[in-house]
Write a protein that binds this ligand. Structure first.
Ligand code: V4E
Length: 222
């Protein structure tokens, strides 16, 4: 499971110009739809677990270390996985501490089958989990060769723009170095240290799910 270390920032008029000036390569644009899932009583998001389908593919983000927050404002570290077996293993303790109720409703564990394809959907149906946010994003990607950094310039369908400087690392011991590289690039892009640009989900919940938004603010998840 790899860890994404990421800093969000406000996209400025000169952001792309600065990226090109430092030799960053534009890798093109794409669009994707994220559908986020949770229980009715928000057990996943309250625990800072973010289960989504991205264009139909299951993904889970969970804090790497005690908290997802690290370093300067707007900077985070989350483990990411697309392995359905890993996703189910990470979700079961939150969704089904005793496991018994699901079995009673006909859900079977299939660990011996290995691949685990289709298991997340089964779990989602059995608990059940529902979509609480659906976000269409247009993304332009720049790659900064030095430091293995990537910059995503996102525009969400509900009219919100945010940039992300990100780097994937293999373990928690690599996070401090990743933060330094992000900080270096942030300076080159002219970002203020204290700047805090909310992410797409933050804005989406604030606008469309105020009850959940407040709950996650109170729980210091957002
Ligand atoms: C809200 C949230 C998460 C879900 C959204 O993750 P994010 O990285 O913002 O979305 P996106 O579309 O850019 O995904 P990517 O393509 O990078 O994988 S995951 C963690 N959180 C909480 C959170 C937080 N508390 N503070 C900040 C600045 N970001 C996220």
């Amino acid at each position: 499971m790899s860890i994404e270390v990421e800093r969000k920032f406000r996209v400025r008029e000169d952001t792309e110009e600065r990226l090109r000036a430092m030799g960053a390569a534009c890798r093109g644009t794409s669009s994707f739809r994220d559908c986020y899932f949770d229980t009715e009583d928000h057990r996943l998001t309250a625990a800072d677990h973010w289960l989504r389908t991205r264009d139909g593919r299951w993904q889970l983000k969970t804090p790497a270390g005690g908290s997802g927050r690290v370093g300067p404002p707007g900077t985070t570290r989350y483990r990411e996985t697309e392995s359905e077996a890993d996703i189910v293993a990470l979700l079961l303790p939150l969704l089904l501490p005793e496991r018994l109720p699901l079995r009673e409703r006909g859900w079977q564990e299939e660990e011996e089958e290995g691949e685990g394809s289709g298991r997340v959907e089964e779990l989602v149906g059995a608990v059940p989990l529902q979509v609480f946010a659906s976000i269409l994003t247009e993304r332009k990607v720049y790659e900064v060769a030095a430091g293995g950094l990537r910059v995503d310039l996102d525009r969400a369908s509900f009219g919100y723009q945010v940039g992300e400087i990100e780097v994937m690392v293999g373990g928690e011991d690599e996070i401090p170095a990743a933060l330094s590289r992000i900080q270096e690039l942030a300076s080159k892009l002219g970002l203020e240290d204290a700047e805090r640009q909310p992410g797409k989900m933050h804005m989406y919940l604030q606008r469309y799910c105020p009850f959940l938004f407040q709950k996650l603010l109170d729980a210091h998840v957002l």
